[in-house]
Ligand binder design. Structure first.
Ligand code: GLN
Length: 544
C-alpha cells in the first residue's frame, strides 16, 4: 500500500510548499521510490480555469484535459510524472459532486454534512489510483487557520488514523522570520502554527522552516522542544539561487532522510543526484546569454507565465546560455511605433504567449510584424500563433480586415471559434453561448507534421502529442491565401481539419503553435521547440 505524506503550510502563504513537495518527491524518486503528488485546493471554484491569471497565476493543463493549479507544473517538471485530473481537487469540485449526488437522491434521505460526506470525498480522492505507488504526497493549499482548509485538515487527521502507524506522516512548512532590529530569528510564529495544527488533531512529524538566515542549532532545538519533533526533523529552508537547486539543498539539510525515518524506514545507501547537479552546473556556468522579449498581457505577474518562464530557462540549459526574459506589455505598442523598436530591438528573439481577449492583440500583431520584417526569431504560442496568422493575412495576403471572432464579429475570420472537433472520447460540439468553464479544447492531442518541415526536423518525428487550451482556431478557409504569403501549415490534426503549426521557411526561425509546448518541458529534458528557439536566439545574438 502507498504511504501518504501530508503537507500543510503555516504562518503565511507563499512559503514554497509546492516546490518543497516537488523537491521531496524528486529526492524520493532518486532513491528508487515511485511517487505521485496531489494538490488539494480549498477554494470554491470547480477548477482554476475561469480565474484571472492575476488571481491565480497560470492554469496548468494535463494530458487528460484538466485545468489545474500551477503547482502541478512544478510537480511534473521535478518528477517527470505526468499529472492527471485526479491529482488536483478543489472544494468547489467536491461540493459540486456531493450536491449533484444529493439531488439524484443518492444519500437515501441522510442529512448531508461536512463530516462525513465532504471529508469522505477528500479521503477517496487522496486514495484513488495509488496502488502502483510507494509514496503519495498531498499538498493542502492555503494556510492552517483558514476556514476553507478545515475539512481538508480533518480529512488528513482521519486518514492518518485509518491507514495506521508508519503509513502516513505530516510535514508542516512555516516561516522563521528575522527581526533585523533585534538581530534574531523568531520561532514563536512556528510554535503557534504547530499548536494550531495540533489542536486540529494533526501533529507534524517534520517541520520545514523557511528562513532568510541560517537557523542556529539553539533555535532548532527550541523549535523541536516546543513543537514535539526531533531536532533533526526541523529542516531549515533558506532561499535558493535557482528553484532547481532546491532538491539538492533539501537533501543537504536531511529532508528525505528525516521523512523516511518518520516512516520508520532507515535510509540505505546514497542516492543519485547527478541529474540535479548537472542542471545546477549548467545554470551557474553559462557560456553566454540571450534576451527574449515576451510580449504578453499579464506581464505584471510572472506566475501567470510560470511554465513558459521555466521552458525558456530549460532552452537555456540545452544551449548552455543564460536566458534573460524581457517582459513587455503588448498594450505599450498600440499606436506607438517608437516604443516597438525601443523595446524589441534589444531582443535576440521574440515570443508571443497564450492569451484571451482583445486587449493587447494589436500590439502583439505589431510584434509579429517586427520579428518577421527584421528577421528576428519568432515563437508564437496559441494566441501568438493566431496573431502570426492575422499579421500574415493582413500584410502578405492582402486581407486588410483579417481578425479573430474572439474580438467580435468580423468579415474576415482568419481565426474563428471551433464548434466541432474530434475529442478523446468522440465528437465534441460547442456553441458561442455555452459555459465558459472546462469547455475549451483541452489536453493532449496528436498532430501530424509535414515530412520536410522545420518543425519535423526540430522534433525529429512527424507525429507529436502536445497539450491544448483554446476555444478558437486558425480557419483553414484561409490556408491557401496564408501559404501564398509564405506561412506554411506544417502541422495539422490527424484528420486534417485543425491547423496545429505554422512556420515561415524563409525566415531564420518563425514558428507558431496552437498548443502549449511549455507545459511539457523539463529541466532535464528541455522541450525541442524551446531548445531550438534559444539556439536561434544565440545565433541572432552573434549577428547583431
Ligand atoms: N484565446 C485564444 C483561444 O481561445 C488563445 C488561447 C490561448 O492562447 N491559450 O483560442
Amino acid at each position: 500500500m502507498a504511504r501518504f505524506i501530508f503537507i500543510t503550510g503555516g504562518v503565511v502563504s507563499s512559503l514554497g510548499k509546492g516546490l518543497m513537495a516537488a523537491s521531496l518527491a524528486a529526492l524520493l524518486q532518486a532513491r528508487g521510490y515511485r511517487v505521485r503528488i496531489r494538490k488539494f485546493d480549498p477554494y470554491l471554484n470547480v477548477d482554476p480555469g475561469t480565474m484571472s491569471p492575476y488571481q491565480h497565476g497560470e492554469v496548468y493543463v494535463t494530458d487528460d484535459g484538466a485545468e489545474t493549479d500551477l503547482d502541478l507544473g512544478h510537480y511534473e517538471r521535478f518528477t517527470g510524472v505526468a499529472s492527471r485530473q485526479s491529482d488536483n481537487i478543489t472544494s468547489g469540485r467536491i461540493y459540486k459532486t456531493i450536491i449533484e449526488r444529493e439531488r439524484r437522491g443518492d444519500y437515501l434521505g441522510a442529512t448531508v454534512q461536512v463530516i462525513p460526506h465532504v471529508t469522505d470525498a477528500i479521503k477517496t480522492f487522496a486514495r484513488a489510483e495509488t496502488d502502483d505507488l510507494d509514496f503519495v504526497l498531498c499538498e493542502i493549499g492555503g494556510t492552517v487557520g483558514d476556514i476553507e482548509s478545515l475539512p481538508f485538515i480533518e480529512a488528513i487527521r482521519q486518514l492518518k488514523n485509518e491507514v495506521g502507524r508508519g503509513q502516513a506522516i505530516s510535514i508542516h512548512t512555516t516561516l522563521v522570520p528575522y527581526i533585523a532590529a533585534a538581530g534574531e530569528l523568531k520561532t514563536k510564529p512556528t510554535q503557534h502554527s504547530v499548536r494550531e495544527l495540533a489542536a486540529l488533531g494533526v501533529q507534524p512529524d517534520v517541520l520545514v522552516c523557511r528562513c532568510e538566515h541560517p537557523l542556529p542549532a539553539s533555535e532548532r532545538a527550541k523549535i523541536a522542544l516546543f513543537c514535539n519533533v526531533p531536532a533533526s526533523a526541523v529542516i531549515p529552508a533558506l532561499d535558493a539561487k535557482s528553484i532547481y537547486a532546491v532538491p539538492l539543498q533539501y537533501h543537504g539539510e536531511g529532508l528525505d532522510t528525516e521523512v523516511l525515518r518518520a516512516f520508520g524506514i532507515e535510509p540505505e545507501g546514497s542516492l543519485d543526484l547527478t541529474r540535479w547537479q548537472k542542471i545546477v552546473h549548467a545554470l551557474t556556468n553559462p557560456e553566454g546569454e540571450v534576451t527574449v522579449g515576451v510580449v504578453g498581457k499579464y506581464v505584471g505577474l510572472q506566475d501567470a507565465y510560470k511554465s513558459l518562464n521555466e521552458a525558456l530557462v530549460h532552452g537555456g540549459i540545452a544551449n548552455r546560455v543564460k536566458v534573460n526574459i524581457r517582459w513587455i506589455d503588448a498594450e505599450l505598442f498600440e499606436g506607438n511605433k517608437g516604443e516597438i523598436a525601443g523595446q524589441l530591438e534589444p531582443c535576440d528573439a521574440i515570443l508571443v504567449p497564450g492569451a484571451f481577449g482583445e486587449r493587447g492583440a494589436e500590439g502583439k500583431i505589431e510584434s509579429v510584424r517586427f520579428a518577421r520584417e527584421r528577421e528576428i526569431p519568432y515563437f508564437g504560442i496559441c494566441f501568438g500563433m493566431q496573431m502570426a496568422c492575422i499579421e500574415g493575412a493582413r500584410d502578405l495576403a492582402g486581407i486588410e480586415t483579417a481578425s479573430s471572432t474572439e474580438f467580435g464579429p468580423t468579415e474576415e475570420p482568419v481565426v474563428g471559434l471551433i464548434t466541432e472537433w474530434m475529442g478523446r472520447d468522440g465528437l465534441e460540439k460547442r456553441q458561442a453561448s455555452g459555459d465558459m468553464g472546462g469547455t475549451m479544447r483541452l489536453g493532449a492531442y496528436t498532430a501530424a507534421l509535414t515530412g520536410n518541415s522545420v518543425v519535423a526536423s526540430i522534433y525529429g518525428t512527424d507525429s507529436i502529442s502536445e497539450r491544448h487550451r483554446h476555444r478558437y482556431e486558425v480557419n483553414t478557409g484561409y490556408k491557401d491565401a496564408l501559404e501564398k504569403g509564405g506561412l506554411v501549415f506544417s502541422g495539422m490534426s490527424p484528420d486534417g481539419t485543425l491547423p496545429e503549426i505554422v512556420e515561415r521557411p524563409d525566415h531564420p526561425w518563425f514558428v507558431g503553435v496552437q498548443f502549449h509546448p511549455e507545459l511539457k518541458s523539463k529541466p532535464f529534458d528541455p522541450h525541442p521547440l524551446f531548445a531550438s528557439f534559444i539556439a536561434a536566439a544565440v545565433k541572432q545574438s552573434r549577428l547583431v
